[in-house]
Structure formats: C-alpha cells, structure tokens
Design a binder for this molecule. Structure first.
Ligand code: SF4
Length: 318
C-alpha cells in the first residue's frame, strides 16, 4: 500500500525554530502581520500597520486549534510552544482559550509567552495567561521621550501603566518571568536611562534580566547595536538579578533529517525574522550550498530579497 503523507501548510504555526532562549520552539501566531500595541524601531517583523490596544479574535480560535491538532498528531520533539510572531499575542482575546486547550491536550509541552508586556495593566489579560510556564515581557525605556522614540507606542500607552501592569503580573504569576531590555545605541544606553531601568526592574522583580541588541535588520535602517563591552558594563548595574546577554545561537532542529516541506519551513522562518543562509543551514542541518540554491530560487521568484549588513547577508520576505 502506498503511504501518502498529507503536508498541511500552516498559516498560524511556524518552525520549529531554534530560539536563543528556548531551545527548539514551535511558534504560534495569534495576530496577523502586523497588529501590535507598539511600532518598535528595531522590530524584525516590519512596520506596525495596525497600532491598537483593542483586543479581539484577530486569528480565529478554531483555525489555531485545528493547526495545532494536525501538528501534534506526530508527537514532535520540542522544548517549547511559544506565542510570538507577527505582533503582540495578548491582543488576541482568545489567548486564554488557546492556552487552556494546549494545557488540556498537550500538557507534556512547555508553553511560553513572548510579549511586549504592554497590556498587563488589564486584569483580564493577566488572568488569561496565568497557565503558561514562562513569560518573557520586555521593557526598553522608562523616560517618556525615550519610550516614544524606541517603541513608538499607541498614544494611550504610558510607561507608568506598563510598569504597574508588570508589577501586578509578578505578584499574581508564580512561575518564571524573564524581562528583556533591548538596547539601541544613543537612545536608552545613557547612565541616566539605565539607572531608571534598574529602579523599575527592582520594582518588577523578574527572575532574570535579559539584555538584547540589534542582531538582524530592524524596521529602521539607522538603528545601531550596542557593542558587547557596553552591554557587559550595563549588565553589572542590574546585580543582584541574574543577567543574560543574548547572543545568536543556532541549533540543528531537524537532526540532519531534511524535512519534506523544507521550502515552506525556510519561507515561514524568513517571514518572521530576517535570516542569513548560515542561520538556515544550521537550523535545518543542511549544506550551505543547498540552502543557497533554495534562496536563489526564491529571489528569482521575487519572494525574498537580500540585505547586506555588517554582520552578514540577510534575507527578508518582499
Ligand atoms: S518588536 Fe515586538 S513589540 Fe515591538 S513592534 Fe515588533 S512585534 Fe511589536
């Protein structure tokens, strides 16, 4: 008998991708490109097109669950299922139902929420995410002017409101919170801003602080990363909190078994973040020459484009 495997093209799942913080992680997109409360100058996904605080079912619950059921039929090996992707996941008003469904059906998988942390002032949002295993919120600035320059928020957001929400989240959420701060040269790296951040971090009291800087092309070409020296100096100021400086790390997710839907995996990964050929080669365990062949075809078909950066040649969806 011929064994026919039906390959489903996922609209709301992506990866699994190697994540710097989470190992091998399956991404779940709860909002379409590009619905967010912020429009960060360093965003890898691209410019925010709907900048809103309105929560609704941006991606239909049934569609997400049906994709998850299909994906988990094979009991895949993963370190995490992660809500992240094309915008702010807590804007989806059914996030609580999706979390409940995953926890009921796939309780052996850990669940992580990557969020910009802007909506935790809302008691309902905090309540809906209590069952995830790990929350990675971010906070890049404390002074209003820097916050507006880096994160370009919805006009009804303020840093005070965001910090208040994160403090309440910490009180109600007993599992791990790792707070990420993204540094941009010349904006939030001054002593004054860093000292303000340290003060707020003490109030929020996360389990870890994670320092990040530009590693791939962001929305605005003029954004510059901080050098490692400077990041290390800043890291010392957050003592006694455990601090990680995030560096790019790739894992061979597929253990050298090239997946059948390799084209789809390459494109869905590039769609969420610009990648180099080396990133894809390491992720898939595929020779760089092979990866380059796929990339050349996608370029010829006008689906992707190249961008030359100091730290490599990155491919982005057009
Ligand atoms: S970096 Fe995150 S929070 Fe900022 S605009 Fe992009 S998706 Fe939104």
């Amino acid at each position: 008998m011929v064994n026919i495997k039906i390959i489903m093209i996922y609209k709301h799942l992506f990866g699994p991708v190697p994540s710097r913080r989470l190992g091998i992680s399956l991404g779940v997109d709860l909002v379409p490109f590009k619905v967010c409360t912020l429009d960060c100058i360093y965003c890898e996904v691209g410019k925010t097109t709907i900048k809103t605080l309105e929560r609704k079912e941006y991606v239909i619950y049934d569609e997400i669950i049906s994709e998850l059921n299909h994906y988990f039929a094979d009991n895949p090996q993963l370190d995490y299922i992660t809500f992240s992707g094309a915008g702010e996941p807590t804007l989806n008003s059914r996030i609580g139902d999706v979390i409940k469904n995953i926890k009921e059906k796939y309780s052996n998988y850990k669940l992580c929420l990557i969020t910009n942390g802007t909506l935790f002032y809302d008691e309902q949002v905090r309540k809906e995410v209590l069952d995830v295993d790990l929350i990675l919120p971010s906070l890049d600035a404390v002074s209003d002017i820097i916050f507006r320059k880096i994160n370009r928020p919805n006009k009804n957001l303020s840093v005070d409101k965001i910090v208040e929400g994160l403090v309440l989240l910490r009180k109600e959420f007993s599992k791990q919170i790792w707070l990420e701060i993204f540094f941009v040269e010349g904006l939030n790296d001054t002593d004054e801003e860093v000292n303000l951040l340290v003060e707020k971090v003490k109030l929020i009291n996360p389990d870890r602080v994670q320092l990040n800087t530009l590693d791939r092309p962001g929305t605005e070409r003029w954004v510059q990363p901080l050098c490692e020296e400077k990041l290390k100096r800043i890291a010392n100021k957050f003592s006694p909190f455990p601090v990680d400086i995030l560096t790019r790390k790739q894992t061979n997710v597929y253990k050298n078994k090239i997946p059948e839907d390799v084209e789809e995996i390459i494109l869905s990964t590039i769609k969420r973040r610009p990648c180099t050929a080396e990133d894809i080669s390491q992720m898939l365990g595929m020779k760089i020459m092979e990866v380059n062949k796929y990339l050349a075809i996608f370029e010829e078909q006008n689906i992707i484009e190249k961008q030359n950066e100091k730290n490599g040649v990155f491919y982005k969806i057009k």
